[in-house]
Design a protein around this ligand. Structure first.
Ligand SMILES: Cc1cc2nc3c(=O)[nH]c(=O)nc-3n(C[C@H](O)[C@H](O)[C@H](O)COP(=O)(O)OP(=O)(O)OC[C@H]3O[C@@H](n4cnc5c(N)ncnc54)[C@H](O)[C@@H]3O)c2cc1C
Length: 373
C-alpha cells in the first residue's frame, strides 16, 4: 500500500514524487509510455519568467521562476545549467510591453555584450531586448531524478476504484491518495468541467559551427551551444493535434519552420539536425494551472442547498472525490511552474494547507455549473 499513486511521470508528477519522497512517504508512479515520454520529454525546458504587462499569470510565473531557479540549482545542480537569457521582442507592440516590464521588474537586469548583439540579425536588432540570469534543465534526466525514490510502473492506468478508504489502481495496486498528472492526454477520471487544450510542440537538436553563449528567445527558443550542438524549440504548431489531425505530423516541415524562425534572429552555419522531439503540452482556458482536489460534479449538482448561479461560489460546499488530486495546465512553462506548484500541492495534501482558489480546479466547476439550466 502506497501513500500516493501518481499517474503520469512528466515534470508535474515527478516534482510531486520528489516532495513526497522528502516527506518520507511511499510513492508509486505510473506512466504508459515511460518517464518523460509526454510533453516533458519534448521540452527545451528553459527556466524563464513571463515578460508580459501584468496580471495573475505573470505574478505566478515570477514567483515560480525565482523559486525554481534556486530549487534546481540547490537540489539538482548537475541537471541544471545557469545561463544568461536574452529575450527579444517580436514586434513593436511586444517591444513596448518589454520596455514597461524592464522598468517595473525586481529581477536584476544584465547587459548583453555589444559584440554579441551586433552578431544578431536585423530583425533581432530592431526590437527591445532584456537580459537576465536564467537556466535550462536537462528535461528527461530531471524527471527521472525527481521520481527516483518512487516505485515506477510502466503501465497505462485505466481503472481507478475507491474502496474502503483506499484507491485501487488497475485492480492491482492500492494507495491512500491519487494524483492525476496526465498532461494533455485523456484523463482517467472524466469530469465535464475539466477541459484542457493540447498544444503541439517540436524541438530539434542540431549540430552547428555557430557558437551561441546565450539562451536566446524571440520567435523560437535557441539554447546555448556546447560541443557544437544546440537545441531549437517551440510550441508553435497550434493547429496540429495528433488526436484530431487527419495527416501525420510532417517532421520535415516542422524542422524547416523551426530553422527559418531561428534564422530570423541569428544566422546558424553548417546546420545538421541530429534529433527531433515532439509532444503535447496542456493549457487551461484561463491560462492558469490547475492544482488541488477534484470536484465530483454529479453529486455536487444534486445538492439542494448550493446556489450555482452566483458570482461568489463557495468551493467548500462542493463534494470532492476522496483523496484525489490533480496537477495540470502548465502551458509552456511546465518546468518553471512544476517545483513551485508541487510544493504548494504537497503541503495541501500532507498538512491541509489551503490552495488559492485561482489555482483550484473547482473554479472551472463553478463556471460550468453556473451556465447549466
Ligand atoms: C516543444 C516543447 C517545448 C517546451 N518548452 C518549454 C520550456 O522551454 N520551458 C518550460 O517550462 N516548459 C516548456 N514546455 C512545456 C512543458 O513541457 C509542459 O508544460 C510540461 O511538460 C507539462 O508536464 P506534465 O507533467 O503536466 O505533462 P507530460 O509531460 O505530458 O506528462 C504526462 C504523462 O502522463 C502520462 N499518462 C497520461 N495518461 C496516462 C495514463 N492513463 N496512465 C499512465 N500514464 C499516463 C503520459 O504518458 C505522460 O508521460 C514545452 C513543451 C513542448 C512540447
Amino acid at each position: 500500500m502506497y501513500d500516493l499513486a501518481i499517474i503520469g511521470a512528466g515534470i508535474n508528477g515527478a516534482s510531486v514524487a520528489h516532495e513526497f519522497a522528502n516527506a518520507s512517504k511511499r510513492v508509486i508512479i505510473f506512466d504508459m509510455d515511460g518517464i518523460a515520454s509526454g510533453g516533458s520529454g519534448a521540452a527545451g525546458a528553459f527556466i524563464a519568467p513571463k515578460f508580459s504587462k501584468g496580471g495573475e499569470l505573470k505574478e505566478l510565473l515570477h514567483d515560480a521562476f525565482v523559486y525554481s531557479m534556486e530549487f534546481y540549482e540547490k537540489n539538482f545542480p548537475k541537471l541544471f545549467t545557469k545561463t544568461q537569457l536574452l529575450h527579444i521582442a517580436k514586434d513593436e507592440e511586444s517591444s513596448e510591453i518589454l520596455k514597461q516590464y524592464k522598468q517595473n521588474t525586481s529581477l536584476e537586469l544584465k547587459e548583453a555584450p555589444a559584440e554579441y548583439l551586433e552578431s544578431l540579425s536585423e530583425h533581432a536588432k530592431a526590437f527591445e531586448h532584456i537580459s537576465i540570469d536564467a537556466g535550462v534543465v536537462d528535461a528527461q534526466s530531471m524527471c527521472r531524478a525527481m521520481s527516483k525514490s518512487a516505485k515506477y510502473v510502466e503501465q497505462k492506468v485505466d481503472s481507478l476504484v475507491y474502496d474502503d478508504g483506499l484507491w485501487i489502481i488497475n485492480d492491482t495496486y492500492s494507495a491512500k491518495s491519487v494524483l492525476l498528472a496526465t498532461g494533455a492526454y485523456e484523463s482517467v477520471i472524466k469530469e465535464p468541467y475539466i477541459k484542457l487544450r493540447g498544444v503541439w510542440g517540436h524541438r530539434i537538436d542540431i549540430k552547428t559551427s555557430t557558437k551561441n553563449p546565450y539562451s536566446l528567445h524571440q520567435n523560437v527558443s535557441i539554447s546555448p551551444s556546447s560541443d557544437n550542438k544546440l537545441a531549437i524549440g517551440a510550441t508553435h504548431n497550434v493547429h496540429y493535434h495528433p488526436q484530431s489531425a487527419t495527416e501525420p505530423y510532417d517532421v520535415e516541415e516542422g524542422r524547416a519552420e523551426l530553422l527559418e524562425k531561428a534564422g530570423r534572429t541569428m544566422k546558424l552555419e553548417d546546420v545538421e539536425v541530429i534529433r527531433d522531439f515532439t509532444g503535447l503540452r496542456s493549457g487551461s482556458f484561463d491560462y492558469m494551472p490547475l492544482i488541488g482536489n477534484v470536484v465530483l460534479s454529479k453529486e455536487t449538482l444534486c445538492s439542494k442547498e448550493i446556489r450555482f448561479k452566483t458570482k461568489k461560489p463557495n468551493f467548500d460546499e462542493y463534494t470532492y472525490y476522496p483523496n484525489l488530486y490533480m496537477i495540470n495546465g502548465n502551458g509552456g512553462y511546465g518546468f518553471v511552474l512544476a517545483p513551485y506548484l508541487a510544493k504548494i500541492l504537497s503541503e495541501h495534501i500532507l498538512s491541509g494547507k489551503k490552495i488559492s482558489e485561482r489555482l483550484s480546479p473547482a473554479r472551472f466547476f463553478a463556471r460550468w455549473a453556473k451556465k447549466l439550466d
